[in-house]
Design a protein around this ligand. Structure first.
Ligand SMILES: [Zn+2]
Length: 423
């Protein structure tokens, strides 16, 4: 099938205006934007086929087989492309700032959200643990309120957040009650509790994070490992975590944490049992937490992720992780069906953070949309051990819409030709 290369619909607008004039209608097109002819994948609404998606007043206005181009002010030709809800990344580090030694909690290790999000189809980034109950107001003022990307947060169980060193080892600063109170105070922004980086021998950080999650009715995400002596992954998954709580870095093999695939190459039975009881398994790729040595045998045994997050930070975006589409492409090349890959970072991610208003294209939903290409060719994917896997498919973002506004447009698909732009 040939894809028309003309991407502009000025003639359509002119035709529509003529029709409107003939009927004496107000000269306001019904839809601000129409994404036409793409293959829509919207798991929540059971759609996996070619549809048009119309947007008005920042909301999804219609999803149907054939919506007339004349009804829209702007039309994007999406033939041969996939149209999905805006991607949600449930594990990112975006509490950026210039405080020395503040690491992921207002320092130099985090990434400003808008510099990374839209170009890879993401409309929602969840910062996990950058801020704690004490530093959340600073995070909100400094990043959340200033970003066009929707930024949500998992509060660190450490009140000071993820500022590295002794700050994150201070049991006296891990208060479930105050963490839950802050979460309830900002219910629309705080969607979980994070526990990470603790190197002591106690379970207290996990127990307190789960208690905070219970009090605020939000999930807990655990970055496990580093405890000295190591703590049991089985006990974490099957005793401490509740259904709906999240193990991130699922394909990691780090010091002090048992991997999910054992030395015999099998996914541990206790890991399968944890999934069965509702524990969520998240990729959380990062700079050191995705190994093909784990991911290949796990996926061959059908152990795919629930959610495919990035663990975005300054280091990971310039290493094997790169961006969410690169990580999703790895799973695609490991045999995870495209519809499942998309669902993982749209409807499923929304369920996991209990924000089912997001991650779908139902009429009335916020118009957050990604238009993605699946490129074919010879590609290489690098893991955090420095090894490469060859692949033949790669996702690329053509267009991102946030709240009805085009915020990323790789090939100018929503734009008129320069010869048609008046001064
Ligand atoms: Zn992380």
């Amino acid at each position: 099938m040939t894809i028309p290369s003309t991407l502009v619909r000025l003639p359509a607008v002119v035709a529509m205006l003529a029709v409107a004039a003939a009927h004496g209608w107000a000269q306001q097109p019904r839809y601000s934007l129409l994404i036409k002819g793409g293959h829509v994948i919207d798991a929540r609404n059971g759609i996996n086929g070619v549809r048009d998606v119309a947007i008005a007043d920042g909301k999804i206005a219609a999803v149907a087989a054939d919506i007339p181009a004349a009804d829209a002010a702007r039309v994007v030709d999406a033939q041969g492309l996939y149209v999905t809800p805006g991607l949600i990344d449930i594990h990112a580090h975006v509490f950026w700032g210039t405080e020395p030694n503040a690491q992921y909690g207002g320092g130099f290790s985090s990434v400003p959200p808008d510099t990374h999000s839209f170009r890879s189809g993401q409309t929602t980034l969840v910062d996990v643990g950058g801020s704690g109950w004490r530093t959340f107001p600073q995070f909100k003022a400094q990043v959340i309120d200033r970003s066009r990307t929707r930024v949500l947060a998992f509060l660190n169980i450490v009140g000071e957040g993820m500022r590295g060193g002794p700050v994150e080892q201070n049991l006296a600063d891990m208060d479930p009650k105050l963490t839950a109170q802050r979460a309830r105070q900002f219910r629309d922004l705080i969607v979980g509790v994070k526990v990470a980086h603790y190197s002591g021998p106690e379970w207290d950080p996990v127990i307190r994070a789960v208690e905070a999650g219970r009090q605020a009715d939000i999930p807990v995400m655990v970055d496990f490992g580093g405890n000295n002596p190591p703590l049991s992954l089985d006990t974490l998954l099957n005793t401490h975590l509740r259904p709906g709580d999240i193990l991130t870095h699922m394909y990691a093999h780090v010091r002090g944490r048992q991997p999910i695939v054992n030395e015999q190459g099998q996914v541990e039975p206790f890991v399968l049992a944890a999934r069965k009881r509702g524990v969520i398994f998240d990729v959380g790729h990062g700079g050191g937490s995705f190994l093909f040595r784990q991911a290949v045998p796990a996926t061959q045994q059908g152990f795919y992720p629930d959610v495919i997050s990035t663990d975005l930070h300054i280091g990971s975006q310039n290493a094997g992780m790169k961006d969410i589409l690169n990580v999703m492409s790895k799973l695609l090349n490991l045999g995870m069906p495209l519809a499942d890959v998309i669902a993982a970072n749209t409807s499923r991610a929304a369920e996991v953070i209990k924000r089912t208003d997001l991650g779908h294209l139902g009429v009335g939903a916020e118009a957050d949309v990604a238009v993605l290409a699946v490129r074919s060719g010879e590609f290489g994917f690098v893991d955090s051990g420095g090894g490469k896997m060859a692949g033949t498919q790669k996702l690329e973002c053509e267009l991102t819409v946030k709240g009805g506004q085009v915020v990323w447009d790789l090939n100018g698909r929503s734009r008129p030709l320069w010869t048609e732009v008046t001064r």
